[in-house]
Design a protein around this ligand. Structure first.
Ligand SMILES: [Fe+2]
Ligand SMILES: [Fe+2]
Ligand SMILES: [Fe+2]
Length: 401
């Protein structure tokens, strides 16, 4: 489900990560990799582009077979994957997924890393060529693509990897599985088998932090927004005397509250002036997209609400669900107050940051208008020094490791 979130960065080209995962893993089966190797290919394929947050960078990377500006996202991706313990062993695969086979040989790496990285690279380039093909029919598009790829045998792509790929891709079903419906079934089936493991709250926070970093990297104006909202929300949750585990879960929900923004094109997030109607609609749906992504994860039913209700108002009239009163549970109210306060204390493209006093004045007026919860806002006043430090201070994000 979280790979769905990454797919959103493509805006119009969704499922890139899933197609790469499918192609790489299918070729891995031909190569005779063991179950752990196949899982690694699936995960590396799904998350290989996690260093790409902006729609601008995404369009550069999918522009063609040779793009020069592609190393930055490999480096960012490496750091992100390394910070989530269950996938940390794939960090170097992500790091090297845009490096030619001949160059990989010169780098001191375990052979398995070279193999996985080069397999992801091959699947990635095939998918980019499919995306750029004038031919809509996959079976017609494959012919010139296979021809182009073959010319890179032993240079850009290792010979054994290329041969396995060509064998896997020799039948029609391989290509037809790239269609969204078939692909969804393939990934869904594997994910169900893999995802049935319990995650500790600590692992959950690490993973949520990875996604918060991806969302926040979309624009310099939202840099650090998500994890800072999360640390304010955690403080408010502690002040509201929620127990320790629940405080951690509020923090996770707050880390993920804007994950739906991955779908909003950069130029809208960064527009200096007032948004026009269609642009405002595009922004408004981010809270709904957050709900869509999170509510499908087992165990996230409540947290999906806490995260997605951050633009709802206590009196009703917020978006996107327009719920109010009891429907707006306390945890969601905590996240909403943290979000408003942190955003006011941060520069936006259309205004500078506000002083603490002005920010608190606006928060108070939102209480009078029935938008924010009065009790939560009084907790903010009581702990303003701590909340202010969490919202703007110099402390490092707490990873819970
Ligand atoms: Fe890619
Ligand atoms: Fe938001
Ligand atoms: Fe936000």
């Amino acid at each position: 489900m979280l790979s769905d979130a990454l797919d959103l960065v493509g805006v119009d080209d969704v499922f890139h990560g899933k197609r790469v995962a499918y192609m790489a893993r299918t070729a891995g089966v031909v190569l005779g990799l063991d179950a752990a190797g196949l899982d690694d290919l699936l995960h590396a394929g799904l998350f290989h582009d996690c260093g790409v947050s902006t729609t601008r960078e995404h369009s550069v990377i999918v522009a063609g077979l040779d793009s020069k500006d592609d190393e930055a996202h490999c480096l960012r991706g490496e750091v992100l994957v390394a910070s989530f313990q269950p996938l940390a062993h794939l960090a170097s695969v992500v790091r090297w997924h845009h490096t030619d086979a001949v160059d990989l040989e010169l780098i001191d790496l375990p052979d398995r890393t070279r193999l996985l990285a080069n397999m992801v690279f091959l699947a990635d380039r095939v998918d980019v060529m499919l995306f750029n093909s004038p031919e809509e029919d996959l079976l017609l598009a494959r012919v010139p693509i296979l021809e182009m790829v073959r010319q890179q045998r032993g240079i850009r792509f290792r010979a054994d990897i290329m041969d396995a790929f060509l064998a896997a891709a020799s039948n029609e079903a391989f290509w037809l599985t790239l269609e969204p419906r078939a692909l969804g079934l393939y990934i869904g089936h594997l994910a169900r088998n893999l995802a049935n493991r319990e995650m500790s709250v600590t692992e959950l926070r690490q993973l949520a932090f990875v996604f918060a970093t991806i969302v926040d990297a979309k624009s310099p104006f939202t840099a650090e927004h998500s994890w800072r909202v999360a640390s304010v929300a955690r403080r408010l949750a502690a002040a509201a005397q929620l127990d320790d585990e629940r405080q951690g879960l509020v923090e996770v929900a707050a880390l993920l509250h804007d994950i739906g923004k991955l779908r909003v094109p950069d130029h809208i997030l960064e527009k200096p002036g007032t948004l026009n109607g269609p642009e405002r609609m595009r922004i408004t749906r981010h809270a709904f997209d957050t709900w869509q992504i999170l509510s499908r994860i087992d165990g996230f039913e409540e947290m999906a609400q806490w995260a997605a209700y951050h633009h709802e108002w206590v009196c009703g009239g917020g978006y996107p669900f327009g719920i109010s009163g009891k429907g707006l549970v306390r945890e969601a109210r905590l996240v909403a107050v943290a979000d408003v306060f942190q955003a006011l204390r941060q520069d936006r493209p259309y205004r500078g940051r506000m002083s603490v006093d002005t920010a608190l004045g606006i928060v108070d007026s939102m209480v009078s208008q029935g938008k924010l919860d009065a009790d939560v806002v009084s907790l903010l006043h009581l702990d303003i020094i701590g909340c202010e430090a969490a919202a703007t201070g110099t402390q490092e994000p707490f990873l819970g490791m």
